[in-house]
Design a protein around this ligand. Structure first.
Ligand code: ADP
Ligand code: MG
Length: 475
């Protein structure tokens, strides 16, 4: 390892570690603490990470050390001390710029980290994703639309075109890593371009600021700041569940903006029904607008997203590789990206170890090796019995009826949903599903799956049913 140019190595390794960390650390924390970091040096016993400022360095050292050390060990296969240093790291920036230039000629430079944002990796001392700021990569233009998110996407466009008028508030709900923040920032960019004042905040930041303002007696300023926005984007509202005081602050901010006809956009990774844990008056405000959900993307959409992310990196990924990843990672787009980054970094490392400079070759064996750990995690697939039990429980019928001949509407629906989920979640062949479902023909199964897929595009009730069932499968 010492024979390699150490900075180059450190950068690659850290990119892989970040890919790993991104799967383990909640989104907002990742953005706040890890996004702007770079790997700058590696020796036999020490790995050096550059942090944008002392605060971040201290936080990483004190709160995240063991997690980071673990991920690092996973990537390099050996225990190593981590040291965090602070500074502009001009050399690293300059080197990165050179490396990025080199990419264009031979296409072998390491992937930019995390969201594939090259700006992020070029400017390690300033995370691109900041308070009040919007991630420049999260735009409508690079949001892939499929059956899983077309409703949320359409509503988001409508809100961008008529802020304050179309749907207010507009709430985006989905499981983690499915594109809520991306869509929210896309709205932010669009309305900002049309001249509106946009304020983006995570609910965590909102809470901290609010509590801070109360302590310091600056609630006036806090109020003015939030109430001056034309469009308020508040990410991850589930964060204020159980926080009475912040709900108070939110309620008043919300009312002031809403009464003035200002647009409010909110994301939540809890079902709206669970948001009723909020004070009644808060949840009834939220329910007064439009709630649009994002479902887990189907294979086709996952592949399209991967292809888009791969293109952004400038590195060539054979279709086979993208398909391999898309088939195996199903629940989470962030995880899809994490895998792509991991493959890229790993392949870069492996090539360098062999001949001192990567030639960008990617074969499936390497990919599999690079993703071993991540895949073990996501391969804890649900079984056929899990699906049948979950559907039977949800629709309150027993499994024998589910597999039987009864043809009333609700039994038929439950049966079709079972077949659809056996296909999507367990990936059983059509013929096998037919057998499991009481000896039905494979074309019957195919039609049932198609019917559900079509219906899902427009039927909000069915979408909710599937979200709930999938949630119980994940639990
Ligand atoms: P959430 O806020 O729901 O946890 P994010 O918006 O942070 O999820 O998305 C996670 C990652 O997946 C982001 O990098 C985002 O760009 C990407 N992503 C999610 N959905 C899409 C999509 N439909 N098209 C392109 N990228 C997507
Ligand atoms: Mg988010």
């Amino acid at each position: 390892m010492t024979a390699q140019p150490t900075k180059d190595n450190a950068r690659n390794i850290w990119a892989a570690v970040l890919g790993e960390l991104q799967l383990q650390v909640p989104g907002p924390s990742f953005e706040t603490w890890l996004r702007g970091t770079t790997g700058v040096a590696i020796s036999d016993n020490e790995f050096v990470v550059n942090a944008p400022n002392a605060f971040v360095a201290e936080m990483l050292d004190q709160r995240m050390y063991s997690l980071i050390a673990q991920c690092l060990e996973k990537v390099i296969g050996d225990e190593i001390e981590v040291r965090f240093e602070v500074g502009d790291d001009k050399e690293a920036i300059a080197e990165k710029a050179t490396a990025n230039r080199a990419t264009n000629s031979n296409g072998t430079a390491p992937l930019p980290i995390a969201d594939g944002s090259s700006t992020t990796s070029q400017v390690p001392s300033r995370p691109s994703y900041r308070r009040g700021g919007l991630n420049s990569k999260y735009r409508f233009e690079n949001y892939i639309v499929g059956g899983s998110n077309n409703l949320a996407h359409a509503a988001a466009l409508a809100v961008s075109e008529n802020p304050g008028l179309a749907y207010n508030p507009f709430v985006i709900y989905s499981g983690v890593g499915l594109g809520k923040t991306h869509l929210m920032h896309a709205i932010g960019h669009r309305v900002r371009e049309s001249g509106h004042d946009v304020l983006y905040s995570t609910t965590e930041e909102f809470t901290n600021e609010y509590i801070g303002a109360i302590r310091q007696g600056t609630t006036e300023e806090f109020r003015d700041r939030y109430r001056s926005a034309d469009v308020l984007l508040l990410d991850d509202i589930q964060f204020i569940i159980g926080k009475e005081q912040t709900q108070e602050g939110f309620f008043h901010t919300f009312n002031a903006l809403h009464m003035a006809g200002k647009q409010i956009v909110i994301t939540s990774d809890r079902p709206v029904s669970e948001l009723s844990l909020l004070q009644d008056r808060v949840s009834s405000r939220l329910a007064g607008g439009l709630v649009a959900d994002i479902q887990t993307p189907d294979l086709e959409t996952r592949l399209a997203i991967l292809r888009a992310k791969a293109d952004q990196t400038g590195q060539h990924f054979p279709n086979q590789v993208l398909e391999f990843i898309a088939q195996r990672v199903q629940k989470n787009v962030r995880e899809l990206e994490g895998c792509l980054n991991r493959v890229s970094a790993y392949v870069g490392l492996a090539n360098r170890a062999v001949d001192g400079h990567g030639d960008g070759n990617i074969d499936l064996g390497l990919v599999e090796k690079a993703l071993e750990d991540s895949l073990r995690e996501s391969n804890r697939r649900v079984s056929e019995e899990d699906v049948l039990s979950a559907v039977a429980r949800y629709f309150s019928i027993d499994k024998t009826t589910l597999k039987g001949k009864k043809r009333d509407k609700s039994t038929a629906l439950a049966r079709h949903v079972s077949m659809y989920l056996l296909r999507e979640e367990v990936q059983l062949p059509l013929a096998t599903i037919g057998k499991v479902m009481g000896g039905r023909d494979h074309t019957t199964v195919m039609h049932a799956c198609q019917r559900i897929a079509t219906q899902l595009k427009a039927d909000t009730r069915l979408r909710r049913d599937l979200l709930n069932i999938r949630e119980s499968l994940a639990a």
